[in-house]
Structure formats: C-alpha cells, structure tokens
Design a protein around this ligand. Structure first.
Ligand SMILES: N=C(N)NCCCC[C@H](N)C(=O)O
Ligand SMILES: O=C(O)CCC(=O)C(=O)O
Ligand SMILES: [Fe+2]
Length: 330
C-alpha cells in the first residue's frame, strides 16, 4: 500500500528473535511491541532496518570483506565461475550483464540458489538446475557464505513469524505449504565506484541496479556501511535513501508477500546508484516461499481489504524463472 514515508524505520527485534518459538510469544509485551512496529513498517514502507537480530557483526563484516576481495580479482579469475544458461544461471556475471527493465545494470555479481535437480517440481525449476558456482579464491569463500546462509534462513523464518503475528495470523502462518521448505537466493553484488563528475562537481554514476521489486517473501540486505546507494520509492515517487546503519540489515518485502497480504504489505520499488568513488558491495539474501508454492491472498488479509482479491494467484517458481530468464539475454 505504501505511503509518503520520508525515512525507513529501525526495529530492535531482539525479543522476537529470543521468543518467537515460544507458544506464548504474543503474550510477551516486548514481542507484541515488535509485532506492532513490524506491521507499521510493512504497511507504510515495505522496508525496515533490523537490529538485535543475533547474527554476529563480525560475520556480517567478513561476508562483505571477502566479497570485496573476490571482486578485486582479475577478470579471468572471476570468469572461472561464469554464469550461463548451462550453469542454471548460477555463478559470476560481469558488469552490464544483468538487465532491469531493458537497461543493463552497472553491477557485477555471483548468483546462487537452492540447488535443484532435473525434473524436480515437474520440471518447473529446470532452467535453474545446477550446482552453485563458488569461487575457490579467496579459499574460504564457500564455507563462509554457507555459514552465513544458514543464519540468514533462520533469522528470516523468525522475522516471518513476527510478520505472521503482525497480520493477526497464527505464528506459523508462513510455514507448511507456504514456506515450510523455503527456497533461497543469494546475490553477492559489486557496484563500481563513480568515475564522472556532476554539474555540481560531485561524483556521479550510472544506475547500479534499476528500479525493481524483489520476488519472494523477505530480503535481508547486508551493505557496506560507508556508502549510501540503495534508494526506496515512496508513494509520491520520491527516492528515499536507505542510509547504512552499522550492525543492521535492511529488510524488504517481496512480491509473494504482497500477494499473500492482498496488497496490505507492499513489495516496494527500489534501485541502487553508487555515487561514491569507491567500489560498493552488497550481499542480498532472499527468503522465498516453497519453490512450488501456489500463492494467493490469505483469507485473513482478504477480510482486511473488503473481500476482493486484488492480486492474481502466482506460482513462486514460475515467477522466479520468468524473472531470471528476462534478466539475461541468453
Ligand atoms: N532475486 C532478486 N530479487 N533479485 C533482484 C534483482 C533485481 C534486478 C533484476 N534485473 C530484475 O529486473 O528483477
Ligand atoms: O545493493 C543493494 O543495496 C540492494 C540490491 C537489490 O535490491 C537486489 O539485489 O535485489
Ligand atoms: Fe532488490
């Protein structure tokens, strides 16, 4: 639904993280307050920062540092894990290879997904079949990212528990058939620094990632804390910067959660412009539904919106595959 928000709310989720698996969680006044703040943030902006998430700052920082190290390698080294249709769209893409609304983005990235095998889900996932392409330099890259993925999955499950309560549902509303077996996407992204100068004499850059929405339930953004580049669009079309706040993740809602809530929560448009002269990295973890989940508005959300189904039913895996196939020219 989104509003003319001018800033992105920051929520301390420590009580939710500690207690969301306790059957009496909602009776706890600190949890109830987090739930209320989540509801406000998801309605107003579809974007929020979280602190008190329990993932060690040292690990979050190591993930960004190793990402800087990888992108600083010679191009030939990075090409050893090149992404193509043959790799199931997994691996490294150079600057300009990913396309958003027809325009090449000024970013390079490694894309990883839950591994799929041929014929799984009746062939729905076949374009994405393959093993992830992890770099062998820096040597501990795969191990670190896999450790990080486990923690992001667990944290996302907990935030989704809070969101389920925020909608007035049961705590496990998004488990079972919706996301009892959540698919994940990891995008390890590098944005080259600005090399030109604006009329005002400031560094300026091309668009690092064009305006888009995310595809699934919830995104956790781990961004460099010394460059402001991520921008979120409010109702009047103003771009509000998600200024880095050390120790936090930027969280945002994806298309599947928008459908589930019948638009009560928005998958807000956002884009990236790195106007800093320095190279910026972001590691974005996407917590998605089950790959084959059939997603339509929940009854409790239909009730909140006058009973009319505003959004079409979607199959998550189809949505993802159609996006991935248009993000590349092959
Ligand atoms: N898995 C997710 N959400 N990836 C977001 C990528 C957004 C850019 C992409 N070219 C696009 O147009 O969607
Ligand atoms: O670089 C960022 O801060 C966000 C990237 C993003 O929006 C995405 O990969 O979907
Ligand atoms: Fe995004």
């Amino acid at each position: 639904m989104t509003t003319n928000f001018q800033s992105i709310p920051l929520i301390d989720i420590s009580s939710l993280v500690a207690k969301c698996d306790d059957p009496n969680a909602m009776k706890d006044k600190d949890v109830a307050e987090v739930v209320r703040l989540l509801d406000r943030a998801c309605r107003d902006a579809g974007f929020f920062y979280v602190k008190g998430h329990g993932i060690p700052d040292s690990l979050i920082k190591e993930v960004r540092d190793i990402t800087h190290e990888f992108f600083a390698l010679p191009y030939e080294e990075k090409l050893k894990i090149k992404l193509s249709a043959d790799t199931g769209y997994r691996g490294y893409q150079r600057v300009g290879e990913n396309i958003t609304k027809g325009i090449p983005d000024k970013h390079e990235a490694i894309d990883c997904y839950t591994e799929l095998t041929k014929g799984m889900y009746g062939g729905l996932g076949d374009p994405l079949v393959g093993a992830n392409k992890w770099p062998t330099v820096p040597p501990n890259f795969k191990k670190l990212m896999e450790e990080y993925l486990v923690l992001c999955t667990e944290l996302s499950r907990k935030i989704m528990r809070g969101i389920a309560l925020a909608l007035g549902g049961s705590v496990d509303e998004f488990e079972g058939k919706i996301a009892g077996d959540p698919f994940w996407v990891l995008r390890i992204i590098g944005y080259p620094g600005a090399t030109s100068i604006s009329d005002e004499g400031l560094p300026k850059n091309d668009i690092g990632c064009g305006a888009h929405t995310d595809y699934g339930l919830l995104t956790l953004v781990n961004q460099d804390d010394d460059k402001t580049a991520l921008q979120v669009r409010n109702l009047s079309g103003e771009w509000i910067s998600a200024v880095p706040i050390p120790g936090t993740f930027v969280c945002n809602i994806g298309d599947m959660l928008k459908i589930l809530t019948n638009g009560v929560y928005e998958s807000t448009l956002h884009r990236v412009i790195n106007n800093s002269p320095k190279f910026r990295v972001c590691v974005a973890y996407f917590y998605e539904t089950n790959f084959d989940a059939v997603i339509s508005p929940l009854d409790m959300c239909l009730k909140k919106t006058g009973g009319n189904k505003k959004l079409e039913t979607a199959v998550y895996g189809e949505h993802l595959v159609s996006k991935v196939l248009t993000n590349f020219t092959y």
